[in-house]
Design a protein around this ligand. Structure first.
Ligand code: BGC
Length: 809
């Protein structure tokens, strides 16, 4: 109880209280002058802070996605990422960043897999806690999401997840539990889905577990539009309905309280949570903010950390004959191939989209690192998809013109524009306008069949050289966020253009009055060589170079929000490209630029294989650092990479009759592979650096009391020739357990760094919880007494040193 907040609540009448617990639009809460409350502003992340205004010109420092951040296993780095995002939030006047996403990699098909950290609850919880502390130590609130079991996207607003009590506790609630205890997030977001019969915005888990059992005093905000009714959600411990005003929490809730269907005390609790949040972020007069805020972030700070984090996240899973790092001095010609060589994929799609200030492509990164001494040749070699792209700056007359038109077609405002893609909140468009019109000149840089078209949702008219070629109205379900952000629909025509030919472009877009924002633009596609000729060109370059680097991957349209993948296969002809290049040059390095696992049927044919994730805006520079050895790849897998679609242990993400059963129980990721005896492509925890490590000794206390933490010490020696980082992993097992358990599970980890020849004693803390299980009879955590096997090693499948500790009073 906070008496001063209680006093404030008492001052408010019911109508005011109800006004406060629904948002004031998409990204802010309501103000109340009478008690000195200003609006609290929130913004999407988690790779950056997009800001409360949707506008493609409003850039955000873009860090690696969460699957990449977790691959660092480095809490100190994650804390700095959180701190940097706090500085970005300050720059954008944001009080709360909507992240991190702490759902689990239950199935690699999950559309937002890239946005989640790991298949393991301990790694997820610890990475997320460091990120949250980084934000909140710097005065910006975090909002871990989506509480709970939003581990896939199919039918996410209606699906009911059926998960047994123990699995819910040990896997899906566990990261939230850890975060709430260790980092105290100021808010948590309740998910769209239901769990065991109740939508999460109405779920008893909010009060019984999150607030009462864990003693957490933060604010629960609904996912956007996840309040589906009045009494149920208002009676639950949900505090804030977003966006607002909420149709369910306005008049209907007033009536429900007046008629005694919802107690006014429940509303008071919500207002108190809101005021507590406002106090923490400094939005409530007379209440000092919980922490000081840093100076606004700069692009330079963002660039430096994005580059460091991206290299720390890259996982080298194979390095035959130590092909990497490429010795710069011995190179004379490098072939950079693949659809990802030029088209960098810094991030996934959906609400996680931010607008980077720039993105360094692999070609740009390698070109600047290699300098003039090394020839760099490039070809895409394969197509990744049929989607058209945004025109490049050099293909356009600069600047173009953007005009805002009213319903009669009259121009209200004209401004220059460098881009051809427009993201705007309807609140920020020219008043009275209903359409925008882009005028520019497109220049073809090669002769052939070009595709020119439009992308987005709404009414479009595209004129080329004064002739209307596209006149269309593209419609999508407004809740289908993936089709607005990431996988936006496109329509186009094909036109033959000769090299240097200029085309006058006029694109008119008219938005509907029922939307809040739009993401629209001009898209183009260059003439493509027939597939066999494209491939032949890449093979020819590979054969005639010292080394071939092939960048393959997915896109923000493949990995996004609102839908799941249906295969792990690489899109387009990318597999054929890698097979052919590997056959042409034994010194082939493949770089995978994706947020989630993909099938890599050629993985044993290539000399080196580097998983680069969605690494953020510094992609190309980080890649050059790692390939050329300026920095070693610091990542270890936070999730198991399957060998084939058929082997994926948890395949089904599609509900049947509205229900998705987590029948696999505790066995996801590496736990499932171990149980089934299936060999994945690469195990959880695996990753090579540029040095080698010996595991020399393992010191485990012989005895520990139930419920006590313990610390084990692993002695490792850097047996290679350069300074390096090692992620020391400790797994637990309980072969003769009275309860069902995974064969082994991650119990603790620590990052060690050492120079060549150096030995380090690495303390690894094993929290008491790591040796506990959730009792479904006692409904509490229990420690089974007796001996637990602990093993230290470099991945879930290769224990190097093993010992035991006995749990007893
Ligand atoms: C997503 C959230 C996001 C919110 C606001 C929802 O669709 O699930 O993660 O924070 O939109 O954009």
């Amino acid at each position: 109880m906070d008496p001063t907040l209680d006093d404030l609540v008492r001052k408010l009448d019911l109508e005011t209280k109800l006004r406060l617990i629904s948002g004031a639009g998409a990204w802010t809460t309501q103000a109340c002058e009478e008690i000195g409350l200003r609006p609290v502003s929130v913004s999407d992340g988690p790779v950056g802070v997009r800001g409360p205004i949707e506008d493609e010109r409003d850039w955000s420092a873009t860090m690696p996605s969460s699957s990449a951040l977790a691959a660092t296993w480095d809490e100190e780095l994650l804390h700095r990422v959180g701190a940097l995002l706090a500085a970005e939030a300050v720059r954008k006047d944001v009080d709360v960043a909507l992240g991190p996403t702490v759902n689990l990699h239950r199935s690699p098909l999950g559309g937002r897999h890239f946005e989640c950290f790991s298949e393991d609850p301990l790694l997820t919880g610890r990475m997320a806690a460091a990120y949250v502390r980084g934000l909140q130590d710097n005065g910006v609130g975090a909002c871990p999401k989506h509480f709970v079991a939003n581990d896939a996207e199919t039918d996410r607003t209606s699906v009911d997840i059926r998960v047994d009590e123990r699995t819910l506790r040990e896997l899906y609630l566990a990261p939230f539990d850890h975060l709430v205890t260790e980092a105290g997030p100021w808010t948590v977001m309740a998910a769209y889905n239901g769990v065991d019969g109740a939508p999460m915005t109405e779920s008893p888990l909010l009060r019984e577990v999150l607030k009462d059992e864990w003693g957490w005093d933060g604010l629960v905000v609904s996912d956007w539009g996840a309040v589906y009714g009045t009494e149920e959600s208002a009676s639950a411990a949900l505090d804030l309905a977003m966006p607002g005003p909420s149709e369910h929490w306005g008049e209907p809730l007033l009536a429900a309280v007046r008629e005694g269907r919802v107690p006014e005390a429940a509303i008071d609790d919500k207002v108190r949570s809101l005021l507590r949040l406002a106090a923490r972020v400094g939005a409530l007069d007379g209440h000092p903010a919980a922490a000081g805020r840093p100076s606004p972030g700069t692009v330079e700070q963002g660039a430096a950390l994005a580059r460091e984090a991206a290299t720390a996240a890259m996982v080298l899973v194979r390095n035959d004959g130590d092909l990497l790092p490429l010795a710069n001095d011995n190179l004379s010609r490098v072939a950079l191939l693949g659809p990802g060589a030029l088209e960098a994929r810094p991030l996934g799609g959906g609400s996680a989209t931010v607008f980077p200030p720039y993105v360094v492509s692999p070609l740009e990164g390698l070109r600047s690192a290699l300098g003039d001494r090394v020839e760099l040749v490039t070809a895409p070699g394969a197509s990744l998809s049929d989607d058209l792209r945004t025109p490049r700056a050099r293909e356009l007359s600069q600047p173009g013109t953007l005009r805002w038109l009213d319903a009669t077609g009259a121009c209200l405002k004209e401004e220059p524009t460098e881009g051809t893609h427009f993201v705007r909140d309807l609140k920020s468009v020219e008043e009275g306008s209903v359409s925008l019109e882009l005028r520019t000149v497109f220049t073809a840089d090669t002769t052939g069949d070009w595709q020119l078209g439009v992308s987005g949702v709404g009414a479009f008219v595209l004129d080329l050289d004064g002739e209307t070629v596209v006149d269309t109205h593209i419609v999508r379900d407004p809740l289908d966020i993936g089709s607005v952000v990431g996988a936006a629909p496109q329509e186009h025509i094909t036109r033959r253009l000769t090299e240097g030919q200029k085309v006058d472009v006029r694109l008119r877009f008219t938005w509907g009055q029922d939307i809040m924002l739009f993401w629209v633009g001009l898209v183009v596609g260059e003439p493509r060589l027939p597939a066999d000729q494209q491939l032949a060109r890449a093979v020819e370059l590979a054969a005639a170079s010292d080394v071939a680097v092939v960048v393959v991957g997915t896109t923000e349209a493949v990995e996004s929000e609102g839908f799941d993948r249906t295969t792990l296969r690489l899109p387009g002809d990318q597999d054929a490209l890698v097979h052919a290049v590997a056959a042409a040059n034994p010194r082939t390095v493949v770089v995978v630029n994706s947020g989630a696992p993909v099938e890599m049927p050629w993985r044993d044919e290539v000399a080196a294989l580097l998983l680069a994730w969605f690494p953020g805006m510094e992609l190309g520079n980080a890649l050059a650092d790692v390939l050329l050895g300026a920095v070693e790849p610091g990542g270890r897998l936070p999730t198991t990479w399957p060998a084939r679609d058929e082997d994926v242990p948890v395949w089904n993400t599609t509900p049947r009759d509205g229900v998705l059963e987590y029948t696999e129980g505790l066995h996801i990721g590496h736990r499932a592979y171990l149980r089934e005896g299936t060999e994945p492509a690469y195990w959880f925890g695996h990753g090579l650096g540029y040095t080698t490590w010996e595991y020399e000794s393992f010191d485990v206390p012989a005895h520990v009391r139930p419920g006590e933490d313990l610390t084990v010490t692993v002695r490792v020696r850097n047996s290679g020739e350069r300074h390096g980082k090692e992620v020391v992993q400790v797994y637990a097992a309980r072969p003769d357990s009275a309860v069902e358990r995974p064969e082994l599970w991650l119990a603790g980890f620590a990052v060690a760094k050492a120079g060549p020849g150096e030995t380090v004693d690495v303390p690894v803390r094993i929290a008491a919880r790591a040796l506990q299980h959730w009792s479904v009879t006692g409904h509490q955590w229990q420690t089974e007494s007796g001996a637990f096997l602990l093993s230290a090693g470099r991945s879930a499948c290769r224990p190097l040193l093993t010992d035991e500790t006995v749990v007893s009073e």
